[in-house]
Design a protein around this ligand. Structure first.
Ligand SMILES: [Zn+2]
Length: 262
């Protein structure tokens, strides 16, 4: 069984820029590829834990940049989605995936109910409770939940041409504003619910917290080869911040939410 996290291991989640005064709250479910030491790399070659199966490569760089640029609180998980996927409905079997991209995860097969419960109460629940608490206690109104993910350039031998996709379940009008504002800055086409839509019953973070707190929720998926370095990720952060600025201008709110760039 997966015992308590040791003192040398990270907390389940981090809240960055908690007092940020911008209207956006940023979320990054797949920020980390870390596996608790007791789980012994889930039986995988450590090299595999550096690949996309374990985390969203580059996503945390973008999210951190935006947290500073938009003066927005950011909540992110400090554990790999292979340990427990913070963006999966808890009743789903792939909450703790037995395989990923056709690679079996030995440490996740024949999981006992106790082990599953242990991962959930130590990692999944604290992350979501932190988001919930933040949204309940913020002094400023939250006008947007923005979750940052990244995706692989190909899937099942198919190229995925969009450098970025705007993904949503509800809030299609807001998503369209985002697409237009991003497209103005890009030559390649922006994905419309590509590579994925946000789906109730599969995705958890945005449907759960957006609906509960009645806040519009958008997921941005960025192709991993676009954010392979921190410099490239920051550049994408700037593009996204500019799109958010346009979105506000169109609503005559002005760009006052933008903090000076550091
Ligand atoms: Zn993701």
């Amino acid at each position: 069984m997966f015992p308590n996290l040791t003192d040398t291991e990270p907390p389940a989640f981090t809240v960055h820029n908690e007092q940020g005064k911008g209207g956006v709250v940023l979320l990054c479910d797949h920020a980390s590829n870390y596996v608790p030491s007791q789980l012994q790399n889930l039986g995988l070659d450590p090299e595999l834990l550096t690949t996309h199966i374990a985390w969203d490569i580059g996503a945390l760089w973008v999210a951190r940049f935006l947290s500073e640029r938009l003066d927005a609180p950011l909540v992110f998980s400090n554990y790999s989605r292979l340990v427990i996927d913070c963006n999966r409905c808890p009743e789903r079997e792939d909450l703790v995936p037995a395989s990923s991209a056709d690679i079996p995860i030995p440490g996740n097969t024949q999981l006992s109910p106790l082990e599953l419960a242990s991962r959930r109460t130590r990692l999944f629940d604290p992350y979501h409770n932190a988001i919930d608490t933040l949204l309940q206690t913020r002094a400023e109104p939250t006008t947007l939940l923005l979750s940052i993910h990244s995706f692989t350039p190909t899937l099942h031998l198919q190229d995925r041409p969009w450098p970025i996709g705007v993904c949503y379940q509800n809030n299609s009008a807001m998503a369209k504003c985002w697409r237009v504002a991003l497209q103005e800055q890009l030559s390649d086409s922006v994905g419309d619910n590509e590579p994925y839509a946000v789906e109730l019953g599969i995705d958890y973070t945005l449907p759960m917290h957006g609906d509960k707190h009645n806040i519009p929720a958008i997921m941005l998926e960025i192709r991993q080869d676009e954010i392979a370095t921190e410099v490239a990720a920051n550049s994408w952060g700037e593009t996204i911040a500019t799109a958010w600025g346009h979105h506000h201008e169109k609503r005559k709110l002005g760009p006052s939410h933008l903090s000076p760039k550091k």
